[in-house]
Design a protein around this ligand. Structure first.
Ligand code: AHR
Length: 500
């Protein structure tokens, strides 16, 4: 098949916010314990952080990392996780039926974030708790000193404020599984009042209200409308969560998730702007896609809950295959192409729990298939996203009516002159002859790198025994002809073409 991708330097969607390449660390399963933190591991540093995981995290390249949950957040007492470790309480975690030792908490996470070179995105508990604990948490973290809580932080060895800028007002408060779930009215009110007191403590913070926990929730749309109707003036973001499933066990159908993600974003923008219109406001609420990933294989009750309140059990340790990496690549393309409104996003999660990185306790760490599109997007997407005109044959599916075989985004960095094309060939049996017209970006483009992720087996996985089954390679079938790039893309492949 053949397809065309056309961009013009004068038609930009927006500057790409690098916080689009975020991930997520929750106190769940083995994400924290034996994931990022394992004091007895041979590679552990003086803080108990696994160096092998830190190295892989730096290679993955997240810019912002959400913490401490997830559903865990809705039952968490932040005070339990600070101060001398031998005095921290051991608690039941009702979200994941686990025992939480609290040996890792806010100050440990901030130290880890510093070593990983990432910005923190924190969340407050609006399940079992409310505005009072939230304002105290901000005071502990961000106030310089001279008050009980800021001085407590200093007693805990953290002299300077953490200055945490991005805060989530609870997590998935629409979900029946959520600890102390709320109606949209209840949540809208509590989000508003919590936002007000948090901002009184620190006026420089950015706040995100919870949106729907999935686009097919029964209250979808109505939830965002009611919540924003209450807290519009006090919040900056509304969150989106989505987990892609392969319900027909068909790659073609599975790709429908990519189109659905685009529709999801556009619908939430419409709802948020509808609230703005009713309020005669020019303010625009931005989108925080703060949980997204493929997740359907490890979803049984046994994956979600182990008997006997274990510590750091193996929960939702999804083993990703090649087609999962393609779907995630497509989701990244969609988010980049909506970068005028999607300003932050978090691949959920980072390690072991639906993670791009896997570990064994005391043992190895390796990259899952989904590691690669994320790492490459984070490495190469700098600058502004150009509006893509896509001329491609398409197919129809049950999961989405019309799916173009080509899914693509172009990110152009005016400061370096580098333009990068991210492209998915969704045709599973035919190569794609792709002509890319980079109008006005310089008459003689050079290809500096052409990378591809491809495997003949959609179900191929990276495991501890065979960690390099699915790895990126080079596409040698790419050439420049003036401002046109001509590339041959393998069937079912993710591609990154770097031009200068
Ligand atoms: O990421 C796993 C869980 O999925 C999170 O805790 C929750 O927010 C979502 O339902």
């Amino acid at each position: 098949i053949s397809a065309r991708l056309i961009v013009d330097r004068d038609f930009a969607i927006a500057d790409l916010d690098r916080r689009l390449f975020g991930t997520f660390v929750e106190h769940m399963g083995r994400c924290v314990y034996t994931g990022i933190y394992e004091p007895d591991h041979p590679s552990a540093d003086e803080d108990g952080f696994r160096q092998d995981v830190l190295d892989l995290t730096r290679e993955l390249g997240p810019t912002i990392v959400r913490y401490p949950g997830g559903n865990f957040m809705s039952g968490y007492n932040w005070e339990d996780g600070v101060g001398p470790k031998d005095q921290r309480p051991v608690r039941l975690d009702l979200a994941w039926y686990s025992t939480e030792t609290n040996q890792f908490g806010t100050n440990e996470f901030m130290r880890w974030a510093d070593k990983a070179g990432v910005e923190p995105m924190f969340g407050v508990n609006l399940g079992t708790r409310g505005p009072d604990e939230a304002r105290h948490f901000v005071e502990y973290c961000n106030h310089p000193g001279g008050t009980a809580l800021s001085d407590l932080r200093r007693e805990h060895g953290v002299e300077k404020p953490h200055d945490i800028k991005f805060w989530c007002l609870g997590n998935e408060m629409d979900g029946p599984w959520q600890i102390c779930r709320k109606t949209p009215q209840e949540y809208g009110r509590i989000a508003l009042e919590t936002a007000k007191v948090m901002r009184q403590v620190d006026p420089t913070i950015t706040l995100a209200a919870c949106g729907s926990s999935q686009w097919d929730m029964p209250t979808y749309g109505e939830w965002e409308h009611t919540v924003l109707d209450h807290c519009f003036d006090e919040v900056d973001f509304i969150s989106l969560h989505t987990y892609f499933t392969n319900r027909y066990d068909s790659t073609e159908e599975f790709f429908g998730n990519i189109e659905q993600t685009d529709q999801f974003i556009k619908e939430i923008v419409a709802v948020a702007d509808g609230v703005a219109a009713r309020k005669h406001s020019r303010k625009r609420i931005m989108l925080s896609f703060d949980e997204w990933n493929v997740w359907y294989k490890a979803r049984s009750i046994d994956d979600l809950r182990k008997p006997g309140w274990p510590q750091a059990p193996r929960l939702i340790e999804e083993v990703y295959n090649f087609e999962d990496a393609l779907v995630n690549g497509g989701a990244l393309i969609v988010m980049m192409n909506n970068c005028d409104r999607v300003k932050t996003a978090c691949l959920a999660q980072l390690v072991n729990v639906i993670g791009p990185i896997m570990t064994e306790p005391g043992g190895a760490a390796w990259r899952q298939t989904i590691f690669y599109p994320f790492a490459q997007a984070s490495q190469f997407a700098h600058g502004r996203v150009l509006r893509p005109v896509i001329d491609s044959p398409s197919y129809s599916a049950k999961s989405f009516a019309e799916i173009p075989y080509l899914c693509a985004s172009v990110v152009d960095d005016e400061t370096t002159g580098q333009s990068v094309i991210f492209a998915l060939n969704r045709h599973l049996t035919e190569e794609m002859e792709l002509r890319i017209e980079l109008r006005g970006l310089g008459r003689e483009r050079q290809i500096t790198q052409a990378l591809e992720l491809h495997h003949t087996n959609m179900k191929a996985t990276n495991t501890r025994e065979a960690p390099e089954t699915v790895t990126p390679g080079f596409n040698h079938d790419v050439r420049a002809d003036g401002e046109t790039i001509i590339a041959r893309l393998k069937p079912g492949s993710w591609n990154v073409i770097v031009t200068q």
